[in-house]
Design a protein around this ligand. Structure first.
Ligand code: BES
Ligand code: MN
Ligand code: ZN
Length: 499
């Protein structure tokens, strides 16, 4: 991953290949944002005019490269459009910084080193720039015989507060968070042929090694012995048997316990309720929730907050075959409740129900599940906003606020009581689908049935943002690592008594 350093030096005096600055639309032409002053001085105050001459306008995401022509040690200057950068210290301001840094890093693929001369006034700003650089420089080339350009190798963030303890700590945290997001992305990008449930479980165990984490993995035999009917039912059509991974972080003197449950469908063909080819194409990403909870608990073990965290990742491949579950089959879930499977493509809620019941046995104060659960959520909120559902408006608002501070777009959705009876089954305790309308909500209502009474629960539907078509800001094409930053923020907030 890109190495991050801090410096208070004049950016033009730092040995690097490129300098990243931010620009915005001004009254007459493009205007430089704070941080770029020493660069402008080296250009004798003509930098904005020069950038304007080659077409810079300052609109969000715009990249303008100009040669430094001896004005700086670096050879190239990258001016990134910030759009509107208002409200210093706000979450929006920080997200703009994150995106500017990300666009700069992405534009500098193939470049060994860069200096970020951006408006960094405090620890929060420094963290945002560090995250943007780390996330924007991510590339996935595991399957290219010719790797092409290497990602940006190193970056120095310039700020007057480079020796400030809080700034250093914020950047160190950003590095851990960035690594977790990028790890999630790579798992999501790995084809399902290679990331089978067993391979995914092995990779999770490998990443938990050497940290203060205890790991257990249930294979198909152990799952059968204990009655995990949801995970087994979904996985029974595949030649690659399912797993349930549990990773526990138990610091001393923890007062509270957060359970993170992530959907881990390594490939969702739909099963016998087969998806059309186009809908199947992105379905190697249907384990994004499981990847997020595993990466998050690994990050948490590194950050070492005083709160217990357990990640549960049910992993299965949803395939059609002679051994696959049938529409109309009835499963006996972990804990004994029965589910009529009316549609084998509504499989995420089946594996999650088992894992949520299992999580409840460990007596957490809060359960947060995260899943690429419904196409309906994508219809409702689009591809960049995740849905949040929760037991109680206070929890809903607090999770929303955590996502906002983490720089992730999420929005509250309801769990309407009247949708429960649509899930009534004539043969089992509940059916796995209800009516078509409000599909994201009925999925949430289904999951709620399996949450033990008295435990707070929030559900994040990341079906839209987890896999991305076209790069923007610090978000690459493919796996995005959606939700990881929010999960880590939730744990921090619980540790701080804020949630
Ligand atoms: N994994 C899909 C949801 C999904 C769709 C994720 C698009 C990402 C992008 C999920 O398992 C699914 O197939 N859901 C069905 C539910 C339906 C059968 C009730 C859906 O959304 O169509
Ligand atoms: Mn499905
Ligand atoms: Zn699915």
């Amino acid at each position: 991953m890109t190495a991050i350093a801090l410096s208070s030096a004049d950016p033009t005096s730092i040995t690097a290949d490129a300098i990243i600055i931010a620009v915005a639309a001004g009254d007459d032409g493009v205007r430089l944002l704070p941080g770029a002053e020493p660069v402008d001085a080296a250009f004798r105050g003509s930098l904005a005019t020069t950038l304007g001459h080659v077409g810079a306008t300052g609109k969000a995401g715009e990249v303008t490269k100009v040669p430094a022509s001896g004005a700086a040690k670096a050879t190239v200057l990258v001016a990134v459009g910030a759009g509107t950068l208002d409200g210093e210290g706000t979450t929006r301001h920080r997200e703009t910084l994150r995106r500017v840094a990300g666009v700069g890093a992405r534009a500098l693929a193939g470049t060994p080193s860069a200096v970020a001369a951006l408006p960094v006034a405090d620890a929060g700003d420094a963290a945002a720039v560090a995250e943007g650089l780390l996330l924007g420089s991510y590339m996935f080339s595991d399957y290219k015989t010719d790797n092409g350009k290497a990602p940006l190798g190193a970056a120095t963030i310039v700020t007057r507060k480079s020796r400030d303890k809080a700034v250093k700590a914020a950047v160190a945290r950003a590095e851990i968070v960035g690594e977790a997001v990028n790890l999630t992305r790579s798992w999501v990008n790995t084809p399902a042929r290679d990331l089978t449930p067993a391979a995914f479980a092995d990779a999770a165990v490998a990443h938990a090694k050497g940290l203060r984490l205890s790991v257990d993995v249930l294979d198909e035999k152990a799952l059968a012995k204990r009655g995990f009917g949801g995970i087994l039912g979904v996985g029974q059509g595949s030649a690659n048997p399912p797993r349930l991974v549990r990773i526990a972080y138990r610091p001393s003197r923890a007062k509270r316990h957060v359970a993170l449950v992530g959907k881990g469908i390594t490939f969702d063909s739909g099963g016998l309720s087969l998806k059309p080819n186009d809908a199947m194409l992105a379905m190697k990403s249907d384990m994004s929730g499981a990847a997020a909870v595993v990466a998050a608990v690994v990050a948490v073990a590194r950050l070492a907050p005083r709160v217990a965290v357990t990640a549960y990742a049910p992993m299965a491949e949803n395939m059609p075959s002679g051994s696959a579950q049938r529409p109309s089959d009835v499963l006996t879930m972990y804990g004994g409740r029965t589910v009529e499977v009316l549609n084998t493509d509504a499989e995420g809620r089946l594996v999650l129900a088992d894992a949520i019941v299992r999580a409840g046995e460990d007596g957490p104060d809060l359960i947060v599940d995260i899943a690429t659960l419904t196409g309906a959520c994508v219809v409702a909120l689009g591809t960049r906003v995740s849905g949040i559902m929760a037991t109680g408006d206070d929890l809903l608002e607090k999770v929303h606020d955590a996502s906002d501070r983490a720089g992730e777009q999420m929005w509250p959705l309801p769990l309407p009581e009247e949708l429960r009876e649509k899930l009534d089954s004539p043969v089992a305790d509940i059916a796995n689908i209800g009516e078509r309308w409000g599909g994201a909500l009925s999925a949430g209502v289904f999951l709620k049935e399996f949450v033990p009474d008295g435990i707070g629960w929030a559900h994040l539907d990341i079906a839209g943002p987890s896999f991305n078509d076209k790069p923007f800001g610090y978000t690459p094409k493919g796996g995005t690592g959606a939700g990881v930053r929010t999960l880590i923020q939730i744990v921090d907030d619980v540790a701080a008594g804020r949630l």
